[in-house]
Design a protein around this ligand. Structure first.
Ligand SMILES: Cc1nc(C(=O)O)sc1CCOP(=O)(O)O
Length: 206
């Protein structure tokens, strides 16, 4: 099960660098999703991470194809308002391209368009999407059954909610606030991983 961490857009480059460095070895992907930062700031953040030894294949850039290309990265994540998947794949076929989706139709269309994985959410209520009703586990399950590419569940994933999604064939989980808003991100991540292992063992013993 992949673990994706999504940056929350509220930290300075220095703070984000520090927090990401405490967790990078224990996650599969670090998404840089910084909608209000300049290209220079995003570029500086990526340079910091690479300089401190973060595996470049773990770094995912949200939306900014320019940063992916100039930093020689391989992972681009496309939000709904970004480039069409087909355009990116045509221009840069070697990139691994993820897409955020919010419905079954969007999931199927994105797979057909060539997405390598999907982020679907938000699954549970979360302050990160306040006042928006969660899409729930049932829709997540439906999407997982309808596409072949990995579906990563996002939104409201905390130790208490994990048990509701571990019996579904998800490709992984993505977390923003639970890890990066924490003063102790490494410990928060450790608890999540312990919970995943517990749920896996419970599933095996059923
Ligand atoms: C960044 C993001 N994207 C979502 C989507 O549904 O595409 S939900 C979300 C917020 C992530 O929530 P949390 O802070 O609870 O991990």
């Amino acid at each position: 099960m992949e673990i994706h961490i999504i940056s929350n857009g509220v930290m300075t480059v220095e703070e984000l660098t520090r927090k990401m460095l405490t967790i990078h070895e224990n996650v599969d992907y670090l998404h840089i999703r910084e909608k209000t930062k300049t290209v220079a700031e995003i570029n500086e953040l990526v340079s910091n991470l690479l300089h401190h030894g973060v595996d470049r294949n773990k770094i995912v850039i949200n939306d900014r194809l320019d940063v992916v290309l100039l930093q020689n990265l391989i992972n681009l994540h496309l939000p709904g308002h970004s480039f069409p998947i087909e355009t990116v794949k045509k221009y840069a076929p070697s990139l691994r391209v993820g897409k955020s989706v919010h419905s079954l139709n969007e999931a199927i269309e994105s797979e057909e368009a060539g997405a390598d994985y999907l982020l679907f959410g938000h699954i549970f209520s979360t302050d990160s999407k306040a006042n928006l009703p969660p899409r729930g586990v049932k829709q997540l399950e439906e999407i997982c059954k309808s596409v072949k590419i990995p579906v990563i569940a996002i939104g409201g994933i905390v130790p208490e909610t994990i048990k509701h999604i571990t019996n579904i064939n998800i490709g992984g989980i993505a977390m923003m606030s639970h890890i990066l808003a924490s003063e102790q991100p490494a410990e928060a991540l450790r608890t999540i991983k312990e919970r995943l292992v517990e749920e896996e063992q419970d599933g095996e013993s059923l």
